[in-house]
Design a protein around this ligand. Structure first.
Ligand SMILES: C[S@@+](CC[C@H](N)C(=O)[O-])C[C@H]1O[C@@H](n2cnc3c(N)ncnc32)[C@H](O)[C@@H]1O
Length: 402
């Protein structure tokens, strides 16, 4: 293929796309490095794109939108844009600042017979979103899938929406979001930094809270439809509806996250407490962040059914259906998960199985579930002393009579 020698066709979900030939861009350890390729393509993000396709199909249907318009201003090879068009029947405006990316994306739209429904623009992302607004094109979904943080693109994404629409944002700057780079966290997201034991949820809630704050400044209320952590990224789907009153209401969902390094207590609160209510130690406090449910359960239930029916054609097979089904168990418990290993070590006891701990708490009448965010985590609404006691009684050393 002229000018695209370093590319080869690959299959992802329901599309065939030209992507960089992996064997040309391997690190010395043999692992493919997407950032080294002339146009960015990461096959490990196929699951992220599966969920995006399922979301678009279900959201469009529930809203009764006949011509779903998706904007994707950081498109890379265009695989996501083409998947929205082919697998969700969407109309797509996609762009990239790199002319080669746009050329590849154009070919990819052609290969899949959707050139008429995928408009490709070689533009800076913010410029592309502003140009949609000028042309009166109001997307139903703006998908931001940048290198690192979506923060520099959020304001234009929000302003490009009509009275109602969704911002779907990926963040791969998980080290700042999870509290490992406190200054970057403060700079990018205007958040008081801390590193809690539930760092993956902290990352998700900070991004969700930041979207809510940015939306409010443009007089949109924001409702979190789905917000999760998978692999090495955060992904948030927020529905924005215009209105100053709605913006005020959604600001009410913001608060702070707590983690007590003394006794392992975790909580989300509106007010900032100075001392841990259980052990009196000074808790770590992070925020502002989003304190509400991490999903709209009826939408996610519908997405789960959709993912089940599509599983043979999705790139990651039944992973989306399994993930959504597991997430439904936990996403309406508005309390950060416990890292069972960290709590056990504070209690100087061996770590019980998170699955058994969740079962025990459910048996006591509380809501409890393992978490898709972390295999060592349990999310529950049980009071802290109940969780502590359950960990103690289940720990292998206690059962052994120790
Ligand atoms: C992570 S990649 C996109 C991957 C793609 N969304 C996917 O699902 O495969 C980010 C892309 O953003 C592009 N980019 C970086 N800065 C940009 C900017 N200011 N405006 C538009 N595109 C930009 C890069 O050229 C790169 O192709």
């Amino acid at each position: 293929m002229q000018g695209l020698e370093g590319f080869a066709e690959a299959r992802e979900g329901g599309v065939r796309v030209l992507v960089p030939r992996e064997e040309l861009y391997r690190r010395p350890d043999g692992v493919y490095e997407p950032a080294w390729a002339p146009v960015f393509y990461n096959p490990r993000m196929a699951f992220n794109r599966d969920i995006a396709v399922v979301f678009a199909r279900v959201y469009g249907r529930l809203r009764g939108v006949s011509r779903l318009l998706v904007a994707e201003p950081l498109a890379g090879t265009g695989v996501r844009a083409v998947r929205y068009a082919v697998e969700a029947g969407a109309w797509v405006v996609a762009g990239d600042i790199d002319p080669l990316a746009v050329e590849v994306a154009r070919r990819n739209a052609e290969i899949n017979g959707v050139s008429g429904r995928v408009l490709l623009l070689n533009m800076d992302a913010n410029e592309m979103l502003a140009s949609l607004r000028r042309r009166g094109l109001r997307p139903d979904i703006v998908d931001l899938d940048p290198f690192g943080s979506p923060a520099p693109f959020l304001d234009e994404a929000i302003r490009s929406l009509g009275p109602r629409g969704v911002v779907a944002a990926t963040a791969t700057d998980t080290a700042p979001l999870a509290g490992s780079h406190p200054r970057a966290l403060r700079r990018r997201y205007d958040v008081r930094p801390a590193r809690t034991a539930w760092e993956k949820e902290q990352a998700v809630r900070i991004l969700a809270g930041y979207i809510i704050r940015r939306a409010a400044s443009s007089e949109y209320g924001a409702r979190i439809l789905l917000a999760y952590y998978a692999d090495y990224y955060v992904r948030v789907y927020a529905e924005l509806v215009k209105g100053a009153g709605r913006a005020d209401e959604s600001l009410e969902t913001l608060g702070y996250g707590l983690y007590c390094p003394g006794c392992g207590y975790t909580a989300l609160t509106r007010e900032e407490p100075s001392l841990c209510p259980y052990c009196g130690a000074r808790p770590l406090v992070v925020g502002p962040l989003y304190t509400g449910p991490l999903c709209d359960p009826s939408l996610v239930e519908e997405m789960k059914r959709e993912a089940e029916s599509l599983s043979s054609s999705l790139a990651a097979g039944d992973r989306a259906a399994r993930f959504l089904s597991a997430f439904l168990e936990e996403c309406t418990i508005t309390r950060p998960y416990y890292r069972v290993d960290r709590l056990s070590s504070l209690l100087r006891t061996n770590m019980p199985s998170p699955r058994l701990l969740a079962e025990r708490l459910r048996g006591m009448g509380y809501r409890a579930s393992t978490t898709v965010f972390d295999p060592r985590g349990v999310r529950t609404d049980a009071p802290h002393p109940v969780v502590v006691e359950a960990v103690r009684s289940l720990s292998p050393s206690s059962r052994g009579g120790g």
